[in-house]
Design a binder for this molecule. Structure first.
Ligand code: IMP
Length: 429
């Protein structure tokens, strides 16, 4: 049987447009599953003139017949998820097909408190987290103190686990004003809301896989925010690369048959840490304003810079990306010339592999290839042939320098503002 499981992953520092591309590809899928992160993600979908911002819920939710799975690798803030569901329902979107993994971990109110205390304590060395409690929730998971969705559904277990966490975190929580009983009651109140959605999603996905269903594994964050391969310590606390799709859902590693890497036509980053192609001039300002580069989750202005192929080459390798979706190509319009960093210069040497040392990365200067820009508005283009010649040359240059085909070009935020260059199929590679 032909299996069709596609991982859709961010190839930069997050915010690449995973929501739009997943929503676009989800039309032909049966199941869309998130496998990592939590409500630190902000996936935006614009369809039919309406904007939807999703944080936990997979970007297939606008199609009533698709199953949307919150996988076991996620950390879930039940209060935020309930509000997310209610907001969707109030706009006529059904949440009936959501399935929440019984093994996913819960973000507790004390995780948010600890996240903010730790960031304050770090001072100038702060990581710039989203403040959603993601790191502390994953720390509890790893230290075996975590509370899973299944635990939340059992009053006795929930009470016991909250009690042991309050003892273990006594010092950290002393000034929080948090009270064990209140936290327990709040959590218990939410348990009933979620009970109908909870399932053994790994079993569900495995059966769907065996039945030949088309599944999209929707990554959160991006390659450079990955806990293993990102710009550590300025990373998130989970595995955002395609490989995380297996432990994060329970699907076997060989089940992932293709990987679509999403990259903006330029680079952005939120939070702190080195960023070789960052632009602190009018061009950077132009990208910020034209690209409306403000965080979906936190509203923070994103740092902007030229496209960096050292990053993309690395992302392609660690994710096994077989094709790229280039988003926001329209934002580059109106500039006389465009730059793409194809290498870095470090101590007089040219390097093409992304360094593990942040010190080295901070000292790297981008080595640019310069290309002509275009002035035309490309948002109405629906076929690669309709793009101005210079825009086509921009895409062609990426394909040549990266040796990976570009399968999708996004020329505007709406789902319809998309060019399909070649078929993204699981069987392609
Ligand atoms: P955390 O995931 O909230 O712990 O934040 C760790 C780092 O990842 C910070 O630099 C955040 O800004 C960044 N981050 C987390 N989620 C996203 C995302 O969805 N897009 C962009 N950056 C993110």
């Amino acid at each position: 049987m032909k299996h069709n499981i596609t991982a859709v992953v961010g190839a930069q520092w997050g915010d690449e447009g995973k929501g739009k591309i997943t929503h676009f590809l989800a039309e032909k899928a049966d199941i869309i599953a998130r496998y990592g992160g939590g409500n630190n993600a902000g996936h935006t979908i614009i369809a039919g003139g309406e904007t939807f911002k999703l944080h936990h819920i997979p970007s297939g939710i606008l199609y009533p017949e698709k199953i949307c799975i919150l996988g076991n690798g996620m950390v879930i803030d039940p209060e935020v998820l309930r509000d997310e569901c209610e907001r969707l329902k109030s706009r006529g979107i059904s949440c009936e097909n959501i399935r929440i993994s019984d093994r996913a971990h819960i973000i507790m109110p004390y995780h948010r408190w600890i996240d903010s205390c730790q960031e304050k304590k770090r001072g100038d060395l702060r990581l710039g987290t989203t403040g959603r409690g993601i790191g502390p929730a994953y720390v509890d998971k790893v230290s075996r103190e975590g509370i899973r969705v299944i635990d939340m559904l059992d009053e006795q277990i929930l009470r016991g686990k909250i009690h042991s966490n309050f003892i273990e975190k006594e010092e950290l929580l002393r000034e929080s004003g948090m009270n064990e009983k209140q936290v327990f009651e709040r959590c218990l109140g939410l348990a009933d809301y979620f009970r109908p959605y909870v399932a053994d999603t790994s079993l569900f996905l495995y059966n769907a896989y065996k039945d030949g269903k088309t599944i999209i594994l929707e990554g959160a964050q991006g390659a450079l925010l990955d806990l293993e391969f990102g710009t550590y310590p300025f990373v998130t606390s989970s595995s955002s690369i395609s490989g995380g799709g297996s432990p994060g859902t329970g699907l076997p590693p060989y089940a992932i048959s293709s990987v679509v890497g999403i990259s903006k036509a330029y680079t952005t980053r939120v939070g702190t840490g080195p960023f070789p192609t960052e632009l602190s001039d009018n061009t950077g300002e132009h990208l910020l304003k034209t690209g409306i580069e403000y965080g979906t989750t936190t509203g923070r202005a994103r740092r902007c810079g030229w496209l960096d192929l050292v990053i993309l080459r690395y992302a392609i390798r660690i994710n096994g990306i077989n094709s790229l979706a280039i988003t926001k190509l329209d934002v580059l319009g109106g500039m006389d010339s465009l730059k793409i960093a194809h290498a870095y210069s470090h101590n007089g040497k040219e390097i093409t592999e992304f360094p593990s040392s942040l010190q080295v990365l901070s000292d790297c200067k981008p080595v640019y290839t310069e290309l002509d820009g275009w002035n035309e508005n490309i948002r109405d283009c629906r076929n690669a042939d309709e793009l101005p010649e210079t825009a086509r040359a921009y895409i062609k240059t990426l394909e040549q320098l990266l040796d990976v085909p570009v399968s999708i070009i996004s020329v505007g935020p709406d789902k319809d503002e998309t060019i399909m260059c070649s078929k993204v199929t699981a069987a392609a590679h």
